[in-house]
Structures are given as C-alpha cells and as structure tokens.
Design a protein around this ligand. Structure first.
Ligand code: GLY
Ligand code: MN
Ligand code: MN
Length: 443
C-alpha cells in the first residue's frame, strides 16, 4: 500500500471551485497518459499529467477521471486493475477498490470497462470538457465512447454531446495559486536555489556539463524533490546560445561562461531558475559588461511586477532594454525604433520575457483576456528571464562576444502589494558569483 502525499480535501475544494466555472449539465474528463517506451522493455520515467493530479491526486498511468457535478456519482475514476504479476515487477497499484478508498471518489471502475461504462455516464449531459489530441491512448478509447454516446442519444431528441476545451477552465484555476501551492512552490524555489549554489561552488574548467547536471539532480533529490521540473540545461560557451540546449555533454572551458537553467519539482510545483557565470569564476571585461547590463535589466523588470502590470508591457520593456544593450555592444546598427520595428533584435533575443509557472514549467492559464493582455493579480507566479545570445556563427559582430549566451531567470510571485522573488537565494551579482564559483577547490 502507498499513501498519497496529498490531503484529499484539497481536491474536493478545487472541484467545488471548478463546478462554478462549468456550464450547467456538463461533465469534465481528464486522462493520464500511458507509459512510453524508452528502449526495448524500458519505459521513460513516468510523470503524471498535471490536470489529473490537480483534480484528484491520482498518479498512475492509463487512468481517467470523470467529474459530473449534480449527479449522485459525481466523481468517478477509471484505473488499472490490480495485477499481482505486474506488481511483482513494477510495484504497487491501487486497483479499483484501493483507488476508491484512498482517493475518496464516489465510484471507481476498471479502465478496461471505460468504453462500456462511460457512455451511460455521459449520455444525459449537454457537453463535456475534455482535452483531445494530446494523448493518443486516450483519444482512441474516447472515440469509441463518443460514438456509443451518439448511439444512446439517437433514440432521444438530444443532439450531439458538445465537446468543450477543458484546458481553458482548469487553466483559469491553476493560474491562481493557493497558500498551500505557494508554500510548495516556495520550497521548490528554495531547494533549487540551494542546488544552484552547490553547482557554482563545484564548477571548474575541464569538468563536463554532465557532471553539473548530475550534481543538480543529487542536490534537489537530497532535499526532497521528486525530479527536475523539465530537462535541465547545462550549457558551456556557445552551447548557451541554443535556448533549450539538451546535450549537456561538453567539457566546460576556461574563459567561457556556463548557463544553467534548472529547477526542482516539489509536490508537482516546478521552479525554473537560470544562472550564467564564468566557468573559472572570473568574468572577462566583455563578459562582465554584458552580464551586468542584462542583470540590471532583469532587476528592473522584476521591480515592475505588481498587480495591474501585464506581460505585454514587460515584454516591451525587455525588448527596449536588450536593444539598447545590442546597440551599445555593436551587435546591431541603426536606431532602437528601427531595430524594434524590423525585429532584427530577435537574432540575439528570440524568446519571451517570461511565462506562467506552476505544475507545468510553462504553466496553464491564458495570457490574454478578451483580447487584451491579462493584468497580473495576486497569486500568479511567473518567470522573468531576459537573455542575450550571440552564436559563434553570427556575422558582423564583435569577436569578443561570439559564443556568449546569457540568461538570468527568477520566479516571481505577484502579491497584493507588489511581488516576492521566490528565487532570491540563488546568487546573481557579479561579485557574489566571482566569490562563489569553484570555491570547493580553494583552500
Ligand atoms: N526552462 C525553460 C524556460 O525557461 O522557459
Ligand atoms: Mn522559464
Ligand atoms: Mn528556464
């Protein structure tokens, strides 16, 4: 037997809120994805679907949660059956009875019966909120259900079951973090920041990027994290100019910078921190100049975060600030307004100023409301992450800047009076970095 780490009242409260957002006579389905083969008989490490965990806490693959407000059986889980043989190999499964008891739902069924049982549970509804086309396994079993619902309704005067997008209403809820979620995120941010410090201390020329990645995993897991929130990026030198560099397999070189974008997941809340520092612990003049300029801009952007601010204004200021740096550093010629108009800055800054952060690193929730940028409100968490990237292949740029990739990323909670930087513990000042990097090797 395994016990969920969650208090089931959390899900009950979330579902009560969800109820208020659903149209009358509708249901909502979320599905976990199956396990995916990595090679031969080895599967990728399983990370449950965020919406599934958000609404009922169930963490096993091949499961479906159905929510039908106003019905006797309001909460229903379809789960894998117990299987002593598979459990000998892969470990515990709740099974139909265990899931009902532990997750406090009204009914549970075997997932094998989904296509037989689910049509009857949907047939009297006007519509169902669902997320299609992101989970092939679920799409194929739902297709059968949808056709069977049609068959059942054919004998009545009901039209087709309306399919509605579940991501919109769940996203609207997930965007606003509860006090408990904020406390989990704060923990994710703290342990990630501490891990970044350990990586700074352990970094030295000649070390492979992979060693720092491994050390990050060790540092967060030793502090209670289940896993990294996304594939960590450990990119030395020119590798840092690839935004989501995945290889993490090169030796770190004296004279170059290393960019580490890595965050721990804790209770399904993911932090997302980037720090960039010199491999040897000493900035060159050019590195220091550009780094300090990006850092000053990042701090200015963080200061702007408050209720009423929006992502679009931050993005505009971020572009303006980075374009000024590009002009000062002779990366681009011409006036700031021409560069912004033509978007020629995008060759050195091709991404956004930040994104919502939560259970998914690029978290749920609309960035626009009624066609307008969404004003920030307390309880929203976002990243602020300006960056400047000069690939080795860039032409017509100062030689000293080639192969320089800098991103500085913090996780910011919007509060009623302004904001809280949840990753403030991770050092980013030039002097702090110079004092910390490689300290494990100093007497
Ligand atoms: N770690 C991915 C990002 O910063 O968006
Ligand atoms: Mn990010
Ligand atoms: Mn990141």
């Amino acid at each position: 037997m395994r016990n969920s780490v969650f208090n089931m009242n959390v899900f009950k409260e979330r579902r009560e809120l969800l109820k208020q957002k659903m149209k009358p006579q509708t249901g909502l389905i979320v599905a976990a994805h199956p396990e995916y083969v990595r090679n031969n008989d080895v599967e990728h490490a399983y990370r449950p679907d965020s919406n599934m965990v958000y609404l009922c806490g169930f963490e096993e693959p091949e499961s479906v949660f159905l929510f039908r407000p106003g019905h006797d059986q309001e909460t229903i889980l379809f789960v894998r059956e117990k299987d002593p043989f598979r459990e000998t190999w892969d470990g515990f499964r709740y099974g139909v009875d265990g899931a009902k008891e532990e997750f406090k739902v009204d009914a549970t069924y075997s997932i094998e019966d989904f296509h037989r049982v689910c049509p009857g549970l949907l047939s009297d509804l006007e519509g169902v909120y669902i997320n299609l086309f992101s989970n092939h396994w679920f799409d194929s079993i739902f297709e059968q259900v949808y056709m069977a619902v049609d068959g059942l309704r054919g004998r009545t005067n009901k039209g087709k079951l309306e399919i509605k997008d579940s991501r919109t209403i769940i996203g609207e809820m997930r965007l606003f973090k509860s006090q408990e979620e904020i406390s989990w995120m704060r923990h994710a941010c703290e342990i990630s920041s501490e891990a970044h410090i350990e990586l700074m201390k352990a970094c030295k020329p000649g070390m492979n990027e992979r060693s720092l990645h491994g050390l990050f995993l060790y540092q967060i897991m030793a502090r209670g994290s289940a896993r990294e929130g996304y594939g960590s990026i450990v990119a030395g030198g020119d590798g840092a100019t690839t935004l989501h560099y995945v290889f993490n397999d090169q030796p770190l070189k004296e004279g170059e910078m290393v960019l580490i974008d890595a965050g721990a997941e804790y209770r399904y809340m993911s932090s997302d921190i980037t720090r960039t520092f010199p491999v040897s612990g000493k900035f060159s003049e050019a590195q220091k100049r550009v780094y300090q300029a990006v850092l000053d801009l990042q701090k200015e952007l963080i200061e702007m975060v408050a209720p009423g601010m929006d992502r679009s204004k931050l993005q505009n200021r971020c572009v303006e600030g980075l374009v000024d740096i590009m002009i000062a550093e002779k990366l681009l010629k011409g006036s700031a307004s021409e560069i912004i108009e033509s978007r020629s800055y995008a060759q050195f800054y091709p991404h956004g100023v930040g994104h919502w952060l939560g259970m998914d690193v690029h978290d749920a929730g609309a960035i626009e409301v009624n066609g307008e940028p969404r004003p920030f409100e307390p309880g929203i968490i976002l990243t602020i992450e300006p960056g400047l990237y000069v690939s080795r292949k860039s032409e017509g740029v100062p030689e000293e800047l080639k192969g320089l990739g800098i991103r500085i990323e913090d996780n910011i909670l919007v509060t009623s009076t302004g904001h809280e930087n949840m990753t403030v513990v991770a050092p980013k000042e030039v002097e702090e970095l110079e004092n910390l990097v490689g300290v494990n090797y100093k007497d």
